[in-house]
Structures are given as C-alpha cells and as structure tokens.
Design a protein around this ligand. Sequence first.
Ligand SMILES: [Zn+2]
Length: 467
Amino acid sequence: MATGAAMADRRPPRVRSGLAGMTWPGLPPRPASQALALLYQLEHSQWLAKAELERHQFRQIQLLLRHAFKSVPYYRARHGAWGIDLDQAVTPEILRRHIPILTRPEIQQLGEELLSEEFPKGHGKTGEVLTSGSTGRPIRVVKNELTETFWNALTIRDHLWHRDPNLRLASIRPLPGNRAPYPEGEFFNNWGGMLAQVFANGPSALLNIGTPIADQVEWLQRFDPDYILTYPGNIQAIAIHCERHKIGFPKLKQVHTVSDLLRPEVRKICRDVLNVPVIDVYSSAEVGYIAMQCPDSENLHIQSESVFVEVLKEDGGQCQPGEIGEVVITPLHNLTMPLLRYSIGDFAEVGSCDCGRTLPVLRRIMGRTRSMVKLPGGDEFYASFQDLLTGFDMIRQFQVVRRGPEALEMKLVAVRQLSDAEAGQLTTILQGRFRHPFSVTFSYVDEIPRSAGGKFEDYKDESEAVT
Ligand SMILES: [Zn+2]
C-alpha cells in the first residue's frame, strides 16, 4: 500500500555519533544508545510469530508479578487470596482468572499501597504523573527512567513507521503558560526529544494550541511543514478554515493526531481538504503508548513490547475481531508502581491486520471523550458520539448543547444546511443516542469555540437545575 511503499523508498535514518573522532557508523551517547538497543529489537519483534511474542511478554509478566507480590503492599496482602502460583508459567488465562481488574477509583483510594517498597536501582529515578482521564477525577501514577526510555523508543518507532525524520515537522500543542505564542512560535533545528539524539533530523516548529485558528493557519503557511502534529479537534478546525478560505499547504504529507479520540469525520476532512492521511496514536500518561497506527492501514497495533492489553466483554471474556469491549492494560516495565489489569476507562473494537505484523490490532478506540448525560428522570449515563455523523458528509463539526430539561441544540459547522428529511433523521439518531425523546433544534455556526484547555467538547450542558 501507499504508505508502506513510501517507507521502502526512504533512506534509512542516519544514526548520530556522540563520540569524538567517530562519525560513521554512529554511536550515540548512553540514554540514546539504550533507546537504539530497544529499537533494534522492536524492528524484529513486530514480526514475531504470535505465540512467540506472547511467550516473551509473559516472561516479563511473570517477573512483574513476582516483584509486585513481594514488594507492593496492596498485592502482597492479596497474594494468598488470589491463589496464583508463580512457580508455574503464567498465561493470559491464568492472569484473567486470578487477578481482578484495577479501576481508577481503586487507584485513587489505594494511593501509597500500590508503590513498590524496593525496585531495581537500574530502573532509575522516579517521577509522578497526574492524569484526569475521561471522568475528570485525577489519579497519581509513579513512573521511572526505564518507563521513560520505553516511551522514547516507542516515539521513535512511531516516527520510523510513518515519517521521514529529515523533513519538516510542525507541532501545535497545549503548552504551559504562554509558551511558543503566535506570531513566532518556537523554531528548532531538529525534532527534539530522544529522536534528535539518536538520528540526524530536519527542522521543527512549535506553536501554542491556544492560538486562534486563523493565526495557526497563517503560521503553518509560513513554516510550510511536511507533517503537522496536533489534537484531532484542532486539525479539524484548521481544515474547516482552509476549506472556507481555499488555503492549502503544498508540501504537507500527513497529519499526526495525538491525545484525544480521533473521529471518522476528522480523517475525512483531512483527506478532502488537506489531501493528506491522518496517522493516529493511542497513549496515556499513566501507561505510555498503548497502540500505534499501522504503517499500511488505519488499524492500530498494540505495543506488546511495553503493555499487555486485554479487550473484555461484559462477561469478562476476551473480545474477538469485530467485538467492542473494555480496554484493560498491564504495563510490563513499571516496577515502581505495578498496575496489574488496569481498566483505563476506554472501549475499543478488536480488529485484524494483513500487513504481516503480529502485534495485536485495535480497529478503533471509543469513549475517551464520553460525556455524562443526565436525563429528566434522574438517570445518568455516558454518551459516546463516535460515528454519530455516518452518512452526514455535509457536516464538518458539531456540538450538542443541552438547553433545558427537554431541549437539545445541535450546533453545526456544515458545507450546506440539512434538508428537512436529513434533520428528521439526525433528530431520531440523537434521541436514540440520548435515550430520551428530546426536542432537537439545529443551528449553523462558523466556528465552535474551544474549552479553556484548547479541547473541543461534543456535549455541553447549559441547562439549569436539571434534576
Ligand atoms: Zn498492520
């Protein structure tokens, strides 16, 4: 396929040398050479036979369990009751049968009890991350330098799967304070991070995502990137602006989306208006990379060298391709704070891929931006809006606003207005999705404003005193 062929034509990236008196072959300094040592194996492990991949993964899980039951108070106290025998080889079935799922509220409650009292020195200094997740209640996870090295190696894998690091990369991201403001942003002579220490690479530029969309577009025109990295909602707004003002980016080859849920309409508008594909990634601050888009398709390959991922049906059984279930993750290398079978709060559809890589496949991720909806009768539930717009190609973006106990307004950025029949169909879809016969009105807007954090919200409750 196109992207695979493009990869094969590409020159291999040049390894930088950190050693005086040596320029070729390259030998990078220590943290970078560690990342390179992992990358060498990642190049091979993506093609391993499925059983072999799982065997290696469970050698590491066996070690992780041994460590957790010995040095982590929460697990140590439950080892006997859970009845898992570590003198026998642990398999996915044994793990599922003996280790209960760990939820976000449990992580909040357990606090220090999940921290290891002693872990190998070589895993480096610890640091903590706070993550809010889709429900907005933050959890604290402690990681270390080894988990950081994995993050870096997998970041490079993502680049090598999808990009030529000699080209130009523009990033538009949330940044602390007023860092990288318009009109300048910040410019660098490489892509930064571990990639820049391992491989020779091209220039990059950074802009604060708080910048108004028209200014972002003007900045992008000046930088003229080959790749844009940003949030899905942001590139959607950029593409809507470009469509309206007939602006193109002549050199652009690809949009790379991170952080939020990528909806089908974002892929579509990037293809239609910017003439480029979107490459997505599924990661989280607490567990690192979970899955990355295949170089040859829109599937996401689970990063099995770093995480063990289960997608579970309501009865606890493993989903088969085509089935949607709860995502449960066991990070393999965080011995500082082992999370065994952590339910991250997302749902995903299991898939399969014919690219030859044996890393398991998620066809799509759902529910990372689910919103809590309160019905007039008092019921509450999480609504997901993915695929809401299937068949409504004239709609570029939407937001559903709760106007009162019985009233929804759907704000639309659209190429044209809906016909009466289309409005009727969409009303029926919304009433189904909201599980209540709300009255629905449609309004057409030029722009849907972002929240303070720079994110786009699918659903906003602006009604008062809904009980
Ligand atoms: Zn694939």
